[in-house]
Design a protein around this ligand. Structure first.
Ligand code: C5P
Length: 229
């Protein structure tokens, strides 16, 4: 049965600068989006649906020509959650993906996610969890800034949330319909499921799955990719 990777890559990537969409930027000669699809396939995804901005389809098709699994391109929306919803609609409507129960939603910018993390997420969904997220502990001390000053937050209780996040496909589609109906804004898909009343299962993420966001991240990613960590 298909395990679908839904890769969102329709953002502008303004924080990274440059002319091309962020997901087409290269680390050590390979585009972020291709690396993401390779890692997802390495962890067990059998198909990829990549959500891209209008007008960038040809460039993404070229970047993904050597992808190890079949890739379908879908046009994205105004916000990340719109792009995910459009991608999920495409998954549900695609006859070649009939019978798909497990979908992983992944930020293209997390291009170096280890295959082992992907495999952990898939295993947890196949084990019956409706929503699964990879998380890491927080290294820095953390403060909450309030109008009257700031106060320390116990970092031991905090986790940073990564992707790929794994879901039962029907659960995630219903959750996205609900947040669209309720006008709720979310920054990730687990939050959409939580709004719909589902509990979220945490599995161990990895520092390598960092979201490549700022120029410094590209430098780090180059080094990681060349070292083949
Ligand atoms: O902006 P942010 O860093 O949260 O974006 C996370 C991911 O969502 C990126 O991979 C980006 O390409 C994607 N995205 C999208 N459609 C949008 C906005 C963001 O696919 N409208």
């Amino acid at each position: 049965e298909p395990v679908v990777a839904l890769v969102v890559a329709a953002g502008s990537g303004v924080r990274l600068g440059g002319e091309v969409p962020k997901a087409l930027r290269e680390i050590a000669g390979r585009p972020l989006v291709l690396r993401s699809v390779e890692q997802l396939a390495g962890g067990g995804c059998t198909h990829a649906v990549v959500v891209v901005a209008a007008g960038t389809e040809d460039a993404f098709a070229a970047a993904l020509a050597s992808a190890p699994v079949p890739v379908r391109l879908v046009r994205g929306g105004a916000e990340r959650q719109d792009s995910v919803r459009l991608g999920l609609d495409a998954v549900a409507a695609d006859p070649s993906l009939a019978g798909c129960r497990v979908v992983l939603v992944h930020d293209a910018a997390r291009a170096l996610v280890p295959a082992a993390v992907v495999a952990r997420v898939i295993a947890a969904v196949q084990g019956g969890a409706p929503a699964v997220i990879p998380v890491t502990t927080v290294i820095d001390s953390v403060r909450q800034v309030l109008p009257g000053g700031s106060s320390v937050v116990d970092r031991a209780t905090l986790r940073a949330v990564q992707t790929p996040q794994g879901f039962d496909l029907a659960t995630l589609r219903a959750a996205h319909e609900l947040i669209a109906r309720d006008g709720v804004a979310v920054t990730d898909d687990a939050a959409a499921c939580e709004h719909a009343g589902h509990s979220v299962v945490l599995v161990e993420g990895a520092r390598e799955a960092m979201k490549i966001t700022e120029p410094l991240d590209l430098v780090l990613a180059e080094a990681i990719a060349r070292a083949d960590v």
